[in-house]
Design a protein around this ligand. Structure first.
Ligand code: MN
Length: 290
């Protein structure tokens, strides 16, 4: 039986701030007190679209730690290079995704890729943080490069709609990114005026973030550029209509029902664990960049 997921709120982005010297981002959450309702997701920063002139400088965020969760970087325009203390690294470009599991701790850097920076261009990307349950926060770090060509896609609502499965599954198609708790992450491209039904699981927290264009949800609710609609966990379907050429990131996941303690780059369950994280980082126990 089809039941529409109602829209619980439309969240507008905060003002732009710089992350390091390379990523001008607008935060959608956790600012605006959006926390439990969007668990297991912890943070969504939308970077750009912003134009960078040619440079030989290494712009971005230098060496910094993370513990207790995963950082997921989705590039739409531009190129980003990553390197971490677990010995992993890689470059991702348009359509690619980097899924970095910090877990017990890594130190990494996130920079504009050198050759791309020399040419200059437009950067547009999203960084999403995905929580880990208590039982996995201190497990080993992991790194997945998910390339554009390996992300399956299918039509959504016929021609004029494309759904790419980054993680989880959609109607039998499996996304390449492995997750620790149930998460669906989809990249949607919709032509102007296109209508489609999007099926989503009952009980999952779900956000629809519009990068460009606009949506009308369930026949009445408008979501504009750089805004996110939060959907009710109840219900199995959202009706979409694109008001123009539209790009949407759909994040949907089973909530992790545990206390969340945050401090900067660390997300644990208790304050004591945060203190431990700071001490471990300072003592070099999260490793160093070679
Ligand atoms: Mn980072």
């Amino acid at each position: 039986m089809t039941q529409l997921k109602s829209v619980k709120g439309i969240y507008k982005p905060g003002s732009t701030h710089m992350v390091g010297d390379g990523f001008p981002v607008r935060n959608i959450f956790p600012s605006q007190n959006l926390t439990e309702e969007i668990s297991p997701f912890l943070l969504l920063d939308y970077a750009g679209p912003a134009s960078f002139p040619p440079t030989n400088q290494r712009l971005g965020v230098g060496e910094h730690p993370h513990r207790g969760f995963e950082t997921v970087t989705i590039v739409y325009q531009g190129k980003v290079a990553h390197r971490d203390s677990a010995g992993n690294g890689g470059t991702i470009g348009p359509g690619d995704v980097q899924w970095m599991t910090a877990a017990s701790g890594v130190v990494h850097e996130e920079l504009h890729e050198q050759a791309w920076a020399k040419e200059g261009g437009t950067l547009q990307m999203i960084q999403l943080w995905v929580n880990l349950p208590r039982s996995l926060k201190m497990s080993a770090p992991r790194y997945q490069t998910v390339l554009n060509k390996d992300i399956p896609q299918s039509n959504l609502g016929g021609q004029g709609g494309v759904l790419r499965v980054i993680a989880g599954e959609y109607e039998g198609q499996q996304g390449p990114a492995k997750t620790f708790t149930p998460v669906h992450l989809y990249d949607l491209k919709l032509a102007g005026g296109h209508q489609a039904e999007l099926h989503l699981p009952i009980g999952y927290n779900t956000g629809l973030f519009v990068l460009s264009g606009g949506l009308v949800l369930n026949g009445s609710q408008k979501v504009g550029e750089a805004e996110m609609a939060l959907c009710d966990p109840q219900g199995t379907q959202v009706d979409l209509e694109a008001t123009g050429e539209t790009r949407v990131l759909v994040l949907s996941g089973e909530p992790i029902l545990e206390p969340v303690a945050r401090m900067g780059p660390f997300v644990m369950n208790t304050e004591e664990e945060l203190v431990q994280a700071v001490n471990d980082y300072r003592a070099g126990r999260m490793g160093r960049l070679e």
